[in-house]
Write a protein that binds this ligand. Structure first.
Ligand code: IVH
Length: 676
């Protein structure tokens, strides 16, 4: 049995990872249903072990971390999340909590609800002042979102001016989405242009909103449904949510017509049942219904928890299932060498899109499910990217079929595949494996990391095949004369690529850390490391204990980070990145003059104005090194009170300048040593 504390930590790390994948990178790695199951398990464990609950747990947070693409916007009224109900019983339990919370007397009228569709898009808050659109922001972490005004102005259905009688301030919350028909057109155009398909409307909507060029967003055909008020000043007296929605509609805002005032559990069940069956009749994806207490006075009486209002519940649809034929099982190799088996399927429409491939996770999963090429299998998909094969339909199985066997050799490099003891996954351990190399390079260039425009799968694979690059450091030393001779790389393409690579030299340290692809190290932990240590060299020198001491960085991340930087591969890679001139300095110290670049300064004895680690920080922040011993390469030895005898002796032996604290301060400021 795993200890609850251990499982809780594991779940928190995993949820944080998937939050980043979903919210920041727009690239979810697991189906929503699986994510929800992780959150539910964590919520239950925290409820069973209140002593282990903490405020920074993902169960207490809304949404994901912010990217650094857009300016921050502080929401005047927080943008809350919703609690979920997955079963009828959970809806009944919620409704009972509402009744109890309102403490209704015998005379009081029963609670009525507004049932709405749960639009699967990107939450957005629009702010109108004097009837004019002045700001649009994403939800972000619920308190602070991202300013996407310029991009939102290009969404046709969002009015830039409201109809007369608009209040002095109106904030309206709603969902930006991509209509399914527009999504299909976009994919047709992608395929015609020989480009890869977009995964699903939600991620495409999120990606379209995150464009730096508003014209690109405007061309995507995004749309919007309003569903909630934020801050309102100077508006009419409203007593119910349904009145609020009607009022928004009257002002010219798009409000989804499929909303109903319903009574009691039966009314809710009729609404959700209807839409579960008819969800694909709509031209937008929904992943459930949202039920809200209609009376605004009752909403106020019920209030909210840290994360979600008590007066609303999201009733989530179960994932859709279909059957189709399993044509083959193949294995793909990721950037860490992980070998993931996947199903090649006869195309089937499920969960809002056509599915041709589905993950089988690992060897045990294939064995457990015992799916065999040729079988008819059940496929499940929950309106997101990774569909899942549930199992075979045994009645149709060919009596001669045999269980599938995991390959022993890597399909990309023919080296042996190894499953380490106690691990669920199998790995290709050849660091030179072209599939891993390709994965690492693509990851480094991806939007969540160094964001090299135009350096996608095709370019990477062309450059790897041509032997131009084997690791991410090589990106900065590409032989462009050789590229000029390659098909598909004209002058303009090359110029754009060179420029795109050049600008990454100034990217934040956190982006570089993410780009290195250290296992478990996602954007938020990378930000914490960059801000705490201030320089890549200090991160590389830090022990796992020092890293784990940072609030918000777990021991698992700390260990992989420390092990990564201790490796020879990392050392030589960082050498390359340094000589390419990449920014290695964290956010707080970015403005500190780099007076000590390449200089090693040793400190011995105690100083008045600096602690031992403070002196080391000061040196490293200025680009210098702070080794523990004196060598011929040492630039200076700072001598405090009670210095180490061996350091002083070495300095004398090698003729290294020895300086006092005042001269050390001048050295930090100017990079100069005292003359004489
Ligand atoms: S109301 C304070 N209504 O679902 C309540 N949210 O899982 C705010 N969503 O963050 C939300 N359709 O992005 C509400 N009809 C609807 C919705 C809806 C989709 C989204 C919204 C919210 C998320 C929670």
């Amino acid at each position: 049995m795993v200890e609850p504390a251990e499982r809780i930590e594991e779940l928190r790390a995993s949820i944080a990872h998937h939050n980043e994948a979903y919210h920041t990178l727009d690239a979810p790695e697991i189906p929503d249903a699986e994510y929800d199951a992780l959150v539910r398990e964590l919520t239950q464990l925290e409820a069973d072990h209140p002593e282990l609950a903490i405020g920074s747990s993902p169960t207490q947070q809304v949404g994901g971390p912010l990217s650094n693409l857009f300016a921050p916007v502080v929401h005047s009224v927080p943008m809350m999340s919703l609690d979920n109900a997955f079963t009828d019983d959970e809806v009944v339990a919620w409704s009972a909590r509402v009744d109890r919370g309102l403490d209704l007397g015998a005379e009081a009228p029963p609670v009525t609800f507004v049932a709405e569709l749960k639009i699967d898009g990107v939450a957005c808050s629009l702010r109108y002042e004097g009837g004019e659109l002045v700001q649009a922001a994403t939800r972000g972490n619920g308190k602070v979102g991202e300013d996407i005004t310029a991009n939102v102005r290009g969404i046709d259905v969002i009015p830039t001016s409201l109809r007369p009688a608009a209040p002095s301030v109106l904030e309206v919350r709603g969902e930006i989405y991509l209509p399914v028909s527009t999504f299909d057109d976009l994919n047709d155009a992608q395929i015609a242009a020989g480009k890869p398909r977009y995964a699903n409307p939600r991620n495409t909507a999120a990606g379209s909103l995150r464009q730096k060029d508003p014209l690109i967003t405007a061309g995507r055909g995004l749309a919007f449904w309003s569903y909630q008020l934020g801050q309102v000043l100077g508006g009419p007296e409203l007593s119910s949510h349904s009145e609020a929605l009607d009022w928004l509609e009257g002002l010219g805002l798009p409000v989804n017509p499929e909303r109903r005032i319903v009574d009691g559990i039966d009314g809710i069940a009729a609404f959700t049942g209807h839409w579960l069956e008819h969800r694909h009749d709509l031209d937008y994806d929904i992943d459930g219904a949202v039920v809200k207490v209609n009376s605004l006075a009752r909403q106020r009486a019920l209030g909210s928890t840290a994360k979600a209002p008590r007066w609303a519940i999201a009733v989530k649809f179960p994932p859709e299932e279909k059957t189709t034929r399993l044509l083959d099982i193949q294995v793909s190799i990721g950037r860490t060498g992980k070998a993931t088996p996947f199903a090649v399927l006869e195309p089937v429409f499920v969960g809002g899109s056509t599915v041709q491939m589905a993950t089988l996770h690992n060897d045990d999963q294939v064995r457990l499910k015992d799916v065999r090429p040729g079988d008819i299998v059940t496929v499940r998909k929950a309106g997101d990217v990774i569909p899942e094969v549930l199992g075979p339909v045994l009645t149709g199985r060919d009596p001669d079929s045999v269980p599938w066997v995991f390959p022993t050799l890597c399909p990309a490099c023919d080296e042996p595949l190894v499953r380490p003891d106690g691990e669920a996954h199998t790995f290709c351990q050849n660091p030179g494996c072209p599939a891993q190399m390709q994965g690492r390079l693509e990851h480094f260039a991806s939007r969540g990391a160094m964001d090299i425009d135009g350096f996608g799968e095709r370019t990477v694979s062309a450059f790897v095949d041509a032997g131009l690059i084997t690791d991410i450091g090589d990106i900065y030393f590409i032989d462009w004369d050789q590229v000029a001779g390659m098909e598909g790389f004209g002058e303009a393409t090359i110029r754009n690529l060179q420029r795109a690579i050049e600008v990454t030299k100034g990217r934040p340290l956190a982006s570089l850390l993410v780009g290195l692809g250290v296992r478990h190290l996602g954007p938020s932990a990378a930000e914490l490391l960059a801000a705490h240590f201030g320089h890549l060299d200090r991160i590389a020198d830090a022990s796992a204990e020092e890293i784990a001491a940072i609030d918000g960085v777990g021991p698992k991340i700390a260990e992989t980070v420390a092990a990564y930087f201790a490796s020879d591969v990392a050392k030589s890679l960082i050498g390359k990145l340094r000589s390419a001139g990449l920014n290695l300095v964290g956010p707080e110290v970015a403005d500190v003059p780099q007076t000590l670049v390449g200089k090693a300064v040793v400190v011995t004895g105690s100083l008045h104005g600096f602690s031992r680690s403070g002196a080391a920080d000061a040196i490293k922040m200025r680009g210098g090194k702070n080794p523990g011993s004196v060598s011929r390469k040492t630039a200076a030895v700072v001598v405090g009170s009670e210095p180490g005898a061996s350091k002083v002796a070495k300095a004398e032996e090698f003729g290294i300048p020895m300086i006092d604290e005042d001269a050390f301060v001048r050295l930090l400021e100017t990079g100069d040593l005292p003359t004489s």
